[in-house]
Design a protein around this ligand. Sequence first.
Ligand code: MOS
Length: 760
Amino acid sequence: MTTTMEAPPTLVGPGIDRVDGRLKVTGAARYPSDFSLPEMAYAALVRSTIAAGTIARLDTARAAVAPGVVAVITHENAGQLHKGRRNMVFPPPPPPLQDAKISYHGQYVAMVVAGTRQQAAAAARLVEVTYDRDEPALSPEDPAAKPRSNPYFINLKRGNVKEAMAKAAVTVEGTFTTSAQTHNPLGPFTTLAHWDGDTLTVYESTQNPFLVRAVLAASFGLAEEKVRVLSPFVGGGFGAGLRSWPHSILAALAARAVKRPVRLSLTRPEMFTGIGRRPSTVQHLKIAATRDGKLVAIDHEGTSTASMHSDSPYPITLATTMAYACPNVTARDKRVRLNIPPIAHMRAPFIAEGNFALESLLDELSYKLGMDPIELRLRNYAAVHPQTGLPWSSKALRECYEAGAERFGWAQREPAVGAMRDGRWLVGHGMAGVTFTHYQGKCQARATIRHDGTAHLSSGATDIGTGTYTVMTQLAAEVLGLKVNRVEFELGDTRLPRAPEAGGSGLTAALGSAVHNTCVALVQRFLAVVADDPDSPLRGCAIEDVVASDGRLTRGDDGSRGESYAEILQRHGLDELTADGDSAPPRADTGVLVGSLVVAGLGRFGRKLVGASHAAVPAGAYGARFAEVKVDPELGVLRITRIVSVTDGGRIVNEKLARSQLIGGTVGGIGMAMFEETVTDPGSGRVANATLGDYLVAVNADVPDIDVAFVGEPDPENPIGVKGIGEVGLVGVAAAIANGVYHATGRRIRSLPITISQLL
Ligand code: MOS
């Protein structure tokens, strides 16, 4: 087994099965919509059928007398709800039902509460709403919609781009667009709200229980301790659960109004307007290089769409500022406000879109130079952080290219466009590099070893299907020297120690480090108990002097001398011992903004934020993606036949789960490349494809075998050596596919998703 203080033993840890696997396959795992409470009522929502304007008249009379209805709530009787505290990264949308103004199609205008879900839904259809309609702004091309500089995030100027561009031997440029997408977690977002006096409890679909708690507390003017958010299992999130949403407030409002617990589950169409979306983007990118492929200048402007109210920041050009060694870079982000539903981060937000443009245009440059695409990237390898000149905490992107090329058989690729065929199919090989980043928040945890020698760990984080329960159990078992089945991990409850969101690919680093530190503190507590104990073979030992394994602490200098946790507790008359611990992001001085992302992104502040005392820039994950595509030139049909995905994710705690995470990300990347698009009806602003029948996602028939591999080293920025791998798998897939399409057909795709009409 392992010592408590040893460096992580191997890069890739054992692929143990999910500790909650049995609960999930037997249906015993309870998701928010699985909870019921006595006397529970159900809420159903009425949504706006215009995108801009005001409610002229609301007639709730028929709904109010429909079978089973106990309340109809509109802006006329909802009462005042308070705005939450300012939150730059995940700003709460305005509280619902506060006035007659409409700013998007699908905005909630009324809520019906009834004895059954069916009664509530039937009565909701009886609410009559008439509107005074204004002309909505629905597209970035709309003259009424003006792009404004995005107040948060990238506006970087490095060197002199203008001069370098003017003098450069070779330039390439292009405008790239990506579509709006909708997170489609299988679990419908649900809030079950229950009041006990002025104490509010909610079962909630969220990746961010402490944010939901803060917003609910603010909405109803309560102290945060009066609100408890429970999310032991969440049926997927993809970023939709990072923000708080109006339906959660409405469920609590309904429960208060009818003095019964109320469950509100969003319908699938409501999921398309109620829990955020990936914004559509437009990017202008220009790259200049020498004839031998040295980048001399990059100019990147990214514009994302936003709703009329607060939205999460969207720094599309972030990775461009740090992915390659280029002396002259300008990068900036803009956004354009439209009458569309709120925006949210969706898996690998902004990085995925920025990567598509950058890696596509680099591919174009490689053809212009007659240079292998990997060679072009290697010639511009950012061995140090290009803005600060500081080394990365760890970086194995070169190894990603090498391992990927090897596994893919890149050497056998025929470089000329259209040179490879398989019968009637044109065959293309494309690749893309990936520079990712992760966000790490502050995190707390608690660990207890009980008299029977089993451990209980807890923290108020969520497991959105990524495997948090399992990986945290493994990390605790490793430090404490216990078998995995002797460790129980509890999460998903704001009464537990405070944890950050399951997002930004940062929870494993944050919570894993907190769990590690907490378990170390717990071992130290055991050693403190026996510090002066003449009967203990561990008397006087410091943590460096002991090895934890098989439920025992033994002396490092004499493996025959030691004792079990249970023996220590028993001899000292203790039922259990508990320790609290925490972890902080590598750059505490960067505050709540986005940790490493800020260091990397805010150019001129970069060095200041990194600080003179810091020797390295905390690195995120890196990757290389390789795709083999086949295109039928007569039918325009595109098939993906092979994908190789290599990632430097730092230490991989659980190889099986990490592989799953990368495969899932790749499938999302195929969706981004070929299928996913949330379509807004240009007249009404209605989402035109708000069902899983109409909104296309990649399914098994679209997904080939995916070869996943990991390279790199444990990252020294945290005690467990990890980087975030929750989202990086998606990044680079679209560019690798589009670059493969070019290689096969000579058609440069600059607009996602790639449709048949683009290939005919
Ligand atoms: Mo991810 S968009 O940080 O859940």
